[in-house]
Structure formats: C-alpha cells, structure tokens
Design a protein around this ligand. Structure first.
Ligand code: UFG
Length: 328
C-alpha cells in the first residue's frame, strides 16, 4: 500500500516526502519536473510525467497499490497566473480533475490537498479563520479554490474524502541540510533576501512601504516547511481513521513585516543586506495571518520550529551550501 505524492519534487512536496520516508511510508512520486528537482527527493519511487497524461497515470496506478494521495502538483506564481490564466486552469483545475478521475477509477478514497491563503483574498479580519469569506484576488487563488470545490463534489458523488490545507507563507529548509527552496524564477521574499549575502544581488526590493501597518510594509505569517509537512501526515492519519473531509489553515498565528524579515536575515547572516523601497506589487494584501486553532485541536498539530531566527537560519544554511540551488 503506497501514498502517491503528486508534485513531490517541489519545495513543499519534497519536504513532505522526507517526513513520509521518516515515517516508513511507501512513497510514490509523480512529478513532471517542470518546477521540481530530482535531487529534492530523499527517497521514494519517482515517475516522471504529468497528472493530465491518462496513460501515464494508468501505469502509476496499475504498478502500485495507491491507498492515498497527497496532491501538490500545480503552478503557484501569482503574477504569472494573472498574465496567463489558461495555463493555471489547465494544470491546476483540469489536472486535479484528471487525478480525481483516476482515483475514482482505481478506488483510491483519500486525498490531502495543498491549498493556500490566496483562497481568501483580501481578509476582512485577522487572524483568518477557515469560515471566513473566500474571494481570491488572483487567478492562482481562484484555481486552488476551484480545486477544493471539485474535491467537495467528488466526495459527495464518489466518497473520496479530502483534507485541504491552506498554507500561509512556507519558509526554511530541511534539518538534514540536503533539501531546500529552489524556484526558478524566484519570487519569494526570504530566498530573495538571502541572495544579497550570497553575492547574487546587490540589494533586496521592498514592495511598498505605504501599507496600513506599523512600519508600512506587508505583514505575513511565516511557517517552517517541515511543520507544514508534518501537518500532511496528520491529515492523512485523520482520513485513515475515518475522519470527514475538512479544511484547515496552517500558519504560525504571528505576523512579521517585510522590514522585520530583512532585519532578522541581517542578524542571521551578519550581512548588512541593503534594501530599497519599490512600488507595491499588484494583488498583495497588507496583512495575512492565520488562525490555525482548528488544525491544532482537530489534527493535533503543533509547529515545532517557531522561532523566526531558526526558520531563516535553516534557509540560510541551505542557500549557503547550495548557492546555485539544485543542479538537476
Ligand atoms: N516582497 C518584497 N520584496 C520581494 C519579494 C516579496 O517586498 O522581493 C514582499 C511581498 O510584497 C509580500 C511579502 O514580501 O508582501 C511576501 O512575499 P512572497 O512572494 O514571499 O509571498 P506571498 O505572501 O506573496 O505569497 C505566498 C505564497 C503564494 C500564495 C500567497 C498567498 O508564496 O503561493 O502566499 O497570499 F499565493
């Protein structure tokens, strides 16, 4: 009996694969390697291919007894999703439809899904709760919400149970030092900040200092990627125990501004990290902070790496040892 991880060679996927391997799970990975990296896999059996490729997915399901799926395979760049919505609907929404159809055909009844805070859009209040309004302000968030809704209706029609995990800002790298965050192009704040002490950029840009926050810069809720990964195993356990489908936020419940993040990185790296103010990035809400009380009480989830310095330090260790990221 195996767990299929789609998109398992990506940033959050690979950290989840690492935890599954540690938990002695039999892990099958499907990744088309458009964003993922072979070297990000610390174990498991990789099938290189696309979830939309029906014959390929038949092979995966026929060669393995897949009892559950953890679904990461998706595009996740907000800016790109606004330029090219069709690309996002095709890979994210249609891809999920193809996957759910295969699960139905092969009798796989459990799926844990990689969702996002972007399903909420501009929050009405913080911390954000799962019952709050979902009104995405970008195509990426809209496709993730559509994927969640599709799972709801596949559950109603075919009894495929799902847990959707709405992540806030994933950060940091695996304790073993072998896997970390490598996106191309990189758009995320922490890796971009760390490119300065790595000598890969002169300065970091702060996208707007006129937000209604204490220092004028955007506030986000940063969570260690391995704490996120742990939540997937707990979600899987919930489904194996016969739990109903559910949606959970995953965050630390604490917010840090862009300026505060740069300051933490200065302390961790000992580098002055010059920063310049640029104009706002379209579609960025001022403040995103999660309430994760539901995940804590229902999944028994407790983040273990809560200090921001520790999170940034783990990212720094990986980037310093892998300045060019993965080589394959
Ligand atoms: N930022 C900068 N300068 C940079 C990069 C980012 O100031 O060079 C700012 C952004 O404007 C934002 C904050 O740093 O305020 C964090 O930006 P990231 O791009 O690291 O993360 P986001 O909060 O935009 O995005 C994350 C996930 C997305 C998800 C989104 C939900 O990476 O996948 O949360 O809102 F859609």
């Amino acid at each position: 009996m195996a767990v299929l991880v789609t998109g398992g060679a990506g940033y959050i996927g690979s950290h989840t694969v690492a935890e599954l391997i540690d938990a002695n799970e039999d892990v099958i990975i499907v990744d088309n390697l458009s964003q993922g990296h072979r070297q990000a896999l610390l174990g498991g059996k990789l099938y290189v291919g696309d979830i939309r490729d029906s014959e390929f997915m038949d092979t995966v399901f026929q060669e393995n007894e897949i009892e559950s799926v953890i679904h990461f395979a998706a595009y996740s760049l907000v800016g790109e999703s606004m330029q090219n919505p069709a690309k996002y609907y095709d890979n994210n929404v249609y891809g999920t439809q193809c996957l759910l159809e295969k699960m139905k055909a092969y009798g796989t009844k459990r799926i844990v899904f990689s969702s996002t805070a972007a399903t909420y859009g501009e929050p009405q209040t913080v911390p954000i709760q799962e019952t709050d309004r979902t009104e995405p302000t970008n195509t990426y968030g809209e496709t993730k919400l559509a994927m969640e809704k599709m799972m709801k209706w596949f559950d109603a029609a075919h009894g495929i149970k799902y847990v959707s995990l709405r992540y806030f800002n994933a950060a940091g790298a695996h304790r073993g030092g072998k896997i970390g965050e490598d996106h191309s192009p990189e758009t995320h704040l922490i890796p971009l900040i760390l490119q300065v002490p790595l000598g890969k950029r002169e300065q970091v840009a702060i996208y707007g200092d006129d937000y209604p926050t204490a220092d004028g810069t955007c506030i986000r809720d940063y969570l260690h990627v391995s704490d996120l990964a742990d939540a997937h195993l707990l979600a899987l356990q919930r489904l194996r125990d016969g739990g109903e489908s559910a949606i959970y936020n995953l965050g630390s419940g604490k917010g840090f501004s862009v300026k505060e993040m740069i300051e933490v990185a200065r302390k961790v790296t000992g580098h002055p990290i010059p920063a310049v103010i640029e104009k706002r990035r379209a579609g960025d809400p001022a403040v995103l902070i999660a309430s994760s009380e539901k995940a804590k009480s229902e999944l028994n989830w407790t983040p273990k790496r809560e200090r921001l310095e520790e999170i940034v330090e783990s990212a720094w260790n990986w980037h310093r040892d892998h300045p060019e990221g993965y080589t394959e």
